[in-house]
Design a protein around this ligand. Structure first.
Ligand code: CTP
Length: 440
């Protein structure tokens, strides 16, 4: 599995200079705020820094003013005539709070305005991105979970904290991500203007394309998936403001080129690589959409050299009396079913699991009958059943799906271009995520 560096380079698009308010709140991670400010300024952006009074206990105003290149203000009463909270809120094209402490999240969720930063958050109409940092217990506390859910519902992009060593002896979720990651996320919100999208702050993982199961260095068992439907789902989710990771098996040449820049692509080849990449990306995901055509079986042995027609190794051996060789296959894991039975998130939040079922229908039942059986077998929250065949389903052709829930009940139908089907499916995902958040 490799994260395609070409792809990354293509996505490192220059962004025009922006006016960014950097809010800093009272977390030990405030010491990283100068790196965020410095990197934003080095990239040509104009920065105003607004620390909370608690932040100034961790990092001094002179240090913040020095990296900002301007004085910093913390309260609303320092220069009341300037009405700084309104002026700063209107000036901002983006408000980035890094780090956002549990207390800052609580005050923002409650709509408090007891310092310049929270007052600015109430006056601004600019997109708001927050990067929380705190101890794991605080991050997992129901009060913080509810505050995060409230802020996300209002369109704030919340960057999930990283896991790792915390201050003291602690270890777990709560670390402030690296400054470059924070800036990339924040600017991508600006780039697509999507912070008001209903999936802003969400992370959606999509798999696409067909896996290739190698026989030897030059041959593989594969399938006809183009990756177009998965690519369309990734683009549709990004258009609604989600952060999207596309785990891309083999796809047709222009599928990746047509993706919006904020979709991060992880390239894989085999089913086992795809499983690892999906599970790794899903550790902080809100939903996983398995649109990839995963090979159910792989050759038991992979030759390290090109197999000769008459010199076959043990995995591809001549069948007694048969015309050709026999390939011994072993079963691949069912990645979709595993996401349901062994959830991939590293905290106790649930991931919405969505699958596709490619069916041709046969003597035992039509496309939908097979879909219902598959929905019950796999247990995914949503399963989009579509008909495939030699002349339908694959490539740049219209699609039609019936979406079933885990009990096999029909919940929706959609048809049209692959993007139209993707938009309908992503709208369903958004509804499901919103209603699960409302229940939290
Ligand atoms: N899938 C998976 N892992 C596999 C096979 C399939 O995660 N080893 C996922 C696909 O990405 C898709 C769903 O399961 O979301 C259904 O795939 P499909 O090929 O239609 O079904 P199969 O499980 O292969 O079942 P069958 O071959 O009996 O149709």
């Amino acid at each position: 599995m490799t994260s395609s560096s070409d792809n990354r380079a293509r996505r490192a698009h220059p962004t025009r200079a922006r006016r960014v308010v950097v809010g800093v709140s009272g977390s030990i991670a405030a010491y990283k705020a100068p790196s965020v400010i410095r990197s934003l300024r080095a990239a040509g952006h104009e920065v105003r820094t607004v620390p909370t009074p608690a932040a100034l206990r961790f990092i001094g105003a002179p240090a913040l003013a020095a990296v900002t290149g301007a004085p910093v203000q913390s309260g609303v009463f320092e220069d009341p005539a300037a009405v700084a909270h309104v002026e700063t809120g209107e000036w901002a094209e983006l408000v980035l709070v890094a780090p956002a402490s549990a207390d800052l999240l609580a005050r923002a969720a409650a709509g408090r305005a007891d310092d310049l930063l929270t007052a600015t958050l109430l006056t601004t109409t600019a997109p708001v991105v927050m990067a929380p940092a705190m101890h794991t217990q605080m991050w997992n506390h129901p009060a913080t979970r509810e505050n995060v859910a409230t802020l996300r519902r209002r369109g704030v992009t919340i960057i999930d904290p990283d896991s790792g060593p915390l201050t003291g002896t602690g270890y777990g979720a709560g670390r402030l991500p690296e400054p470059e990651q924070i800036i990339a996320r924040a600017l991508s919100v600006l780039a697509d203007g999507s912070s008001n999208g209903d999936l802003a702050g969400r992370h959606i993982v999509v798999s696409a394309g067909g896996t290739r199961e190698p026989l030897d260095p030059v041959r593989y068992l594969g399938n006809r998936s183009s990756g177009r439907q998965g690519g369309a789902v990734a683009a549709a989710a990004a258009a609604r403001g989600a952060r999207v990771t596309l785990v891309s098996a083999h796809v047709e040449s222009n599928v990746l080129d047509e993706l919006p820049p904020q979709v991060q692509v992880v390239a894989v080849s085999t089913a086992l690589q795809l499983r690892d990449a999906v599970r790794a990306a899903a550790a902080d995901a809100d939903a996983v959409v398995m649109a990839a055509a995963v090979a159910d079986y792989r050759p038991a042995d992979v030759a390290g050299f090109k197999l000769k027609k008459r010199l076959l190794d043990t995995s591809v051996r001549p069948d007694e009396g048969a015309a050709g060789p026999t390939i011994t296959l072993v079963e691949n894991p069912d990645i979709l079913a595993e996401l349901v039975t062994d959830p991939p998130r590293r905290d106790d939040r649930t991931v919405l699991v969505v699958g596709f079922a490619a069916e041709t229908g046969d003597a035992h039942g039509d496309v939908l009958a097979h879909g219902v059986v598959k929905a019950r077998r796999k247990g995914a929250d949503l399963l989009a059943v579509n008909a495939v065949g030699a002349d339908r389903g694959f490539g740049d052709v219209p699609n039609a799906v019936v979406v079933l829930d885990a009990s096999g009940q029909e919940v929706a139908r959609a048809q049209g271009t692959k993007r139209e089907v993707a938009d309908a499916l992503v709208a369903l995902i958004s509804d499901r995520l919103r209603s699960s958040m409302d229940r939290q």
